[in-house]
Structures are given as structure tokens and as C-alpha cells.
Design a protein around this ligand. Sequence first.
Ligand SMILES: [Zn+2]
Length: 827
Amino acid sequence: MPELSESPSQPVRGLQRSEATARADLLVVDSYDVTLDLASSEETFGSLTRIGLTSHAGNTFLDLKPASVRSITLDDRELDVDQLRDGRLPLELTAGRHELVVDAVMRFRNDGEGLHRSVDPADGRHYVYGMSFMDAAPSIFACFDQPDLKAPYTFHVRAPQDWVVVGNAPASNPEPGVWELEPTQPLSTYFVTLVAGPYHLVRDEHDGIPLGLSARQSIAADLERDADELLTMTKQCFDEFHRLFDIRYPFGDYHQAFVPEFNAGAMENPGCVTFRDPLVFTSKVTRGVRIQRATTVAHEMAHQWFGNITTPRWWDDLWLNESFAEYMGVRVTAAVTEYDDAWVQNSFARRQWGLVADQRPSTHSVAGNGEEDALAALQNFDGISYAKGSSILKQLAARLGDEVFLEGVRDHLTRHRFGNATMHDLFASWTRAGAGGFDSFSREWLVTAGPDRLALDRAAGELVRTPPAAHPADRSHSLRLAVAPAGGDWSPVDVEVTGERTPVPVPDGDAVLIDPWEDSWAACLADKTTLALLPDLVTRTEDPMLRAGIWNSVRSGFHHAEVDPDAVVDLAEAWLPVETQDAGLTYTTPWLLRSAVSLSSDPESSAARLHRAALSAARAHEAGSTLQLGSMQTTVATAADEQLLRGWLAGRDLPDGLEMDLELRWRIWVRLAVLGVTDRAELDAALDEEPTAVSRVEHTRAVVSLPTVEAKEFAFERFTGAVSVANYELRAAGLGMWREGQEELLAPYVERYAAELPTAARAHSGWVQADVAEDFFPACMVSDEAMALLAPLRTSDDLPAPVRRRVTDAVDELERRRAVIARFGRA
Ligand SMILES: [Zn+2]
């Protein structure tokens, strides 16, 4: 058995579009038959793949990232496995049908890709799941890894006898440890999966579709507690998707597996969706977090049609998947589940994600992003492909009318059933359905990057539209203003923005919010007069979309250094006690603390003001409510009093009805660590007391937050890969180490970050690689010295393109923070 010198980690360059096109022109994959042996080792697994294919005569390559290879045969002729280089085996094919058989040994991975294997710290049980996206399928089985070579799969699995196995098709268990899966519908490689381990299962059925849920044994009770909510919304969403699309779900069972250490929120594998398992709530969470989970459930269901029945031909069209699933996910959640306020949550949680991404140096168009490299395309899974794309589709549905919008979608899904398509195919379907003026809409919103900036010129009585300098455009906006006199109520005013300046009827001295109901897509700034009125107005604003709109306009203004951090703190102090949507607290507070509070003229007293406001809200809200919990989370994050925090840990002086659970306890430990009033021994003891997966990650976050050299070294060893940990702990180490107020201690680490980033980039691969670059970025280090060290990374040849892109965006954020300081000063 030849051992290969290459590690299974990813090459710097991914599959190129031209290579994918040539391969798809050459061959058709007829079937995959995959036998996996998960029972022989904890480090590796056997992977025997038989591929049936039909080809023209020509040269191509097979994708394979093994630990070692036993044999590869093409039509019974043995191939030279030493030809395997960088995950590719050259193939010379004659015209006709062929059978390719690859007998290999693969490595289990711990970075959330390929076949990820983890040990639950709570009980020592082992769990496995497959993540083939975006280019990890060849580290599970030999394949032609591109979205437009679809084929049916038949899996055979040998697993330890106490494991259950779930995959893309229904599985039977003819004898202990042996699992046979039925042949699937034609699937793309990137959504082939397998979930295996001693998982706890919940089963149900709806409308002829067998439903399943699964999670680790140690969180079985938590899954059972939420099973009814999850299954109910799944059923409601199936009914609604069937009604909207008029096409039956075609993949047999619908299993939703909550799996450990998953990088994304979820992955839409047909028949077997995988979710990050912190979405099985082991502690009490806010309603906002529940809505996020609900829209994720609906998002993955939407993908069964958009993505799985009809799949983009290449990654430049990933918006067809993500924008669509994001839009349908929120729409259907709001329409048919108990979370009818999903659009409000979306406004608090997702709008700025999209708008900020759209204003970064890395901005790109929603559609046709032009990406030629599969690996680089991973970076386009961002706020633009999700939040902006969703907003644009919502506008399109409003313009076309819902019937035309949906008729085009049905036509598209029917024509390209189990196949691949491009955006031009979808545009053609919409045109057939009767959509007019599609070219100009596409030009203005889908294929041009960047948002317009909309601001009020109060003296002139005009709305000023400024397109991004780097991406000129002449977009019109149909939107509403919300206008309110001092002490009065908001009322809507319709505006058609065409051209640079649009006259708007605004009474002198009234507050004006631009597009708070999100009819359009733009960075909408509130002017000074409005900002001064907001702390009073927000306390009387009953429409939650307007309160979200207030925060979106303030955050957009802050991004442009047009809003004084002190004014934001004034607004937050007035708003905290009156917000009735806990999503507002959950998704606004972290930004408030990171941005406005830390850049305000007196960060300590700003935090103290918010602390008092949030604590009195936590005491005033209904006992045991999620609003009370949301307020308490803010209270903890702003606390400066060690005795108060330790009292809460001991259960003393808690607001009535508030339960101290694992998550809240760790929030307090992290805060104590930031304040430097606990130590490693105490944190270790807290971990030992309840050593769950959540505790391990939060323990890491707390340890690296301590203001000591040892703490920062602990973080850095994980950054450089000197100490190898799984992805969640790795990311917590980065996100926790840079703390405001610890600048002196942290100063040397700016230079080390810059010097060691290339090492770190080599130590990590796949999804985690660029995340690590961003998570460990010295985001709070605003000095000239820090900037001088960090800015050159934007053009460093030593960094892979995805890392350079993230760092470039992180430097942009640092520049914007420095612009706020330059404009408004700082203590
Ligand atoms: Zn998605």
C-alpha cells in the first residue's frame, strides 16, 4: 500500500471553471457505488468507489485526496497510483463506457470538512458526519468533483455496532454494523453526505415524507425538548413550499441532523440536512436566536428545490442557491410558522451584514460574480450572496408581482429538474412567465456591485443619491421615508428616487428615516437633526421594523464616520428598556459594545450607562421572559463589578425568574476574565464541573480573554497551528484574545500576527483558513503603529487569495474605526 507524500489538505488553487467545462464536455457520470468502512480505525476509514461513466476519447482527471491508495483500476486495468498529485489522478479515456474502481484509505478530519470525526467531551462517544462542500468530497470518496456532473449514489457502510447511519437516501440495517442505503436521485458531489455515530434519533412523518431529527446522546434531552417545535415548522414549511412551487419534494426521507463542530449554519444535503449542533439549545436562548434557527430550517428546505433539484452549473451562480434560499427561508418562516416577525429579526440580524459586505473592498455583484476558481468562490458565501441577494429578490417579486415571480421559478425548476442551470436560464423562465424590463433590473441590481448611499440634504430639501465611486451606476429606488415631528409619531412618505437629487417634502425640524421598511437596497444615513431626536422618538416607536430601521440607519452612518459614538450611546441607553423584540438586543448589542461604546469619549462610563439601563430592563421585563434574558446578556457584557458577577454565579440577586444556566454562567466567566479578576485555575475548575462541548469552547474564549501573556500565548499557539484544536475552539481563541483595554499587553501581538499569518494560513485549510485570518485579526488595535504593520498584508504574496481578501476587508474596518476617532475624537 503506497503511502502518499501529500497531505489531504487543500491545494492553493481549486478547480478552475475551464477545467470543469472541459471535463463535463468529455464525460457523463452514470453512477457512483461507494463502500465506506468506518469501523476499522479511529484515524482513517476505508473508501472503495466504483464509478460508472460514459466518455468521449480524451484526457481528464479524477479527484482523490486519500491518506493512502490500495489500487485504482480502469476497466480492470491497474493504473499507476504514483501519478496522483495534488488530489488529481490523470486519466486517459477511450470513447465508450468505463468502470473506474478506487480502493483507498481516507483520513477522518477535524476541521468540519470531509468525514469529520469528533469525540464528545461530555461522554467520550465518537461521532462522524460528511461535509462534501465545497471541494471536500474527494477526501471521502473518489469522484469528478464539480456541480454539473450529477449521478445517482449507492452507499454501503460498515460502522461500529452501536452506531446509526443516515444519508441522502433511506438506509436499512440488515445486520449489526452493516448499513445499505437505497440509490439516490442524481446528486452533485458537493451535497453528498453521511451521518454516522451513536446519535439519538427522533422520527416522524408528514404528507408521506418520513421525517427525522438527530443529535449527540449528551444533548438528546435538549433535542427532545425542541423536537415538537422543529418538526412542526418543518411540516408547515413543506406544505407552503409545495403550495408555492407546485413540485413535490423528490428526495425521499427528510432528515435534519445536528452535528458537532460544523462550520456553517447548515448544509442542504438532499434528504439529510446537517446543522451546527449549538442549534440544539442546551441553555435558554432569546426568541431572536430561535427565529434564526427557524429561518435556517426553512432556508435548507428551500434549497431542496433551489440548489438540489436544479443546481448552478458553476460557482459564479451560487447566488441562485443562497439568495433564493435566504429570501424564501424568511418569507416562508414569517408566513406559516409561529415566527411571524421573522422579517424584523432579519432586519436586525442580517441587513448590516449585507450592507457592510457590499461596501468592503471585496464587494462583488450578486449575480455572475465571475469567479473562475472553486476555492476562491467560497469567499462569496457572504452578506452579499445571502442578505443583499434576498433583498433584491424580494424587490423583484414586488415588481413582477408574486404570480409572475413564482411562475418563472416553477418553469425553471421543471425544465432543469435534476440538472444544472445558469442565471440566464432563470431570466429566460421569468421572461416566459411574462416579466418585462428584466434587463434593466438585472443591470442595476444583480450585476453591479455596491450600494448607493442615500442621505438627506435638509437645507435643500433633497434626498442625495451617491453611487459607489468604484462601481458607478444609475439606479432608481422606490421607497418610503418615515417622517416624525419632535414628540410626534412616524408617518410614511412615498418617494421615487431617480437621479442624483430628489426633492422630498420634509417639514423643517422633523426626523427622517430613509427606507426603514427596506423597500430598496442602499446605505441610508440619518442626518444630525434626526439623530438628535431619536433617543426620544425611539421610546415611542411602536412598529418594530421602524426600530430596526433606526438602528440600520445609525449603523450605516457610523460606518461612514457620520455618527458620533456618544450619540449612539445616548440612543442605546434610551432604547434598551423599550425594545420589545429581543432580536434587537441579541444582534445589536455586540455591535454597540465593539463599535460605539469602545470608540466613545469615555468607554468605561458608556458601558456603565448601558449596564444600568439593561439591568433595570432585566428587572422590569416579565420574569422568565426571553426579553429579560436578552437584557441580562447585555448586563453581563457591560458589568464592571466583580462581586455583582460572582453573586450572580452563586445565584444571588438575580432578576426574578432568571435562571442561571450553562451559557449564562460562561458569559459571566468570560466577563470576569476580560476584567482580569479570575484566573486559569478557576476557569479550568468551571470546565471540569460540566465538561460539555459548549463548555470547552467557552472555556477557550475565557482563557484567552485574560489580560496575561500566558493567555495570549495560549491563543497564538492555536493560531499558528503549534497546538491543533478543532474548529470551534480555534475560532473562540481568535475572537476572544483581542480585548479593548488590554492594548499595552496586546501590542507585540500585532507584529506577530503580521509575521506569522503566512504560517497560520499554511497550518489551516478550507473554511477555517480565512476565518482564522479574520478571527485573530487585531480588530481593536487602532494605533498608527498597528496600521503600519497590518496594511501591507493586503498585498502580501505570501498569503493565499482568500486570506488576503479577508485581511483586506479587516483593514478596511480598522480604517473606518480610525475615521470615527479622527472625526469625533476619543479619550
Ligand atoms: Zn444556503
